[in-house]
Ligand binder design. Structure first.
Ligand code: PEP
Length: 252
């Protein structure tokens, strides 16, 4: 089954609205006429409005870095699906390892966030991946299986159409230490198998699985050439329009 590559830029806690506008305009301008991959930009919440303006009229999707499961209420610092949709978001990242590591995100809260994003009609990118200690302890498969199973619990099969899974080994994020294509492919194939168990082979064959962790223009092609690597979630390199666009073009 041919899957259209999907490259998303996670800008993390970087850019003011003015910087975000310039970066998004750079990406959109350099991708004019390019349709071989789906692309999303995920700026900080306060930049969504300006980035929306910059991507309007282009195929580039607008994404958020997090989402809360409740519609509204006393949840200081959180943002709901309805709020994200109102500012034009089409995509939400959930369960990023930085959220799990630094902000107490658990398998259970990730499941709730994912469910809310998909139920609202958003595309969702759910992140999974092992720490260095877990990899060195031979726990990679068990950790990824636990995270994937927990995230997908209770999901309607129809929601799988808007689901993307990002395999992001924690030891490769922001470290410059990238998983080898073979290491990444092995885990991607495992994730595809878990998706097939959950949703059936046909649906699993259509779900994109992104790799994330120090993806750069010079390593993107080889990673994206693996049979079960269908795109990338890009952190650091997404902050330079030229580098991000080079990664996108490596997918197409
Ligand atoms: C990420 O933030 O999801 C990520 C993979 O970061 P980096 O590309 O900087 O490793």
């Amino acid at each position: 089954m041919a899957r259209k590559p999907f490259i998303a830029g996670n800008w993390k806690m970087n850019t003011t609205p003015a910087e975000a506008k310039a970066l998004a305009e750079g990406v959109v301008g350099q991708l004019k006429g390019f349709a071989a991959a789906d692309v999303a930009l995920c700026p900080p919440f306060v930049c969504l409005e300006t980035v929306r303006g910059a991507v309007q009229g282009s195929p580039v999707l607008l994404g958020a870095q997090n989402i809360h499961w409740e519609a509204s209420g006393a949840y200081t610092g959180e943002v709901s699906a309805a709020m994200l949709k109102a500012v034009g978001c089409q995509v939400a990242i959930v369960g990023h390892s930085e959220r799990r590591q630094f902000f107490g995100e658990t398998d259970e809260s990730v499941r709730k966030r994912l469910g809310a994003a998909l139920a609202a009609g958003l595309q969702a990118i759910v992140c999974v991946g092992e720490t260095l200690a877990e990899r060195e302890g031979g726990q990679t498969k068990a950790v990824v299986e636990r995270q994937v199973r927990a995230a997908l619990q209770g999901l309607e099969p129809a929601a799988a159409e808007r689901l993307t899974v990002a395999y992001e080994p924690v030891w490769a994020i922001g470290t410059g230490r990238v998983a080898t294509p073979a290491q990444a492919q092995e885990v991607h194939a495992q994730i595809r198998g878990l998706l097939a168990e959950r949703f059936g082979g046909g649906a699993a064959g259509a779900i994109r699985i992104q790799y994330g962790g120090s993806v750069k223009p010079d390593n993107a092609k080889e990673l994206l050439g693996q049979p079960d690597i269908d795109g990338a979630l890009v952190g650091g390199a997404s902050l330079k329009a030229g580098d991000f666009v080079a990664i996108v073009k490596a997918a197409g």
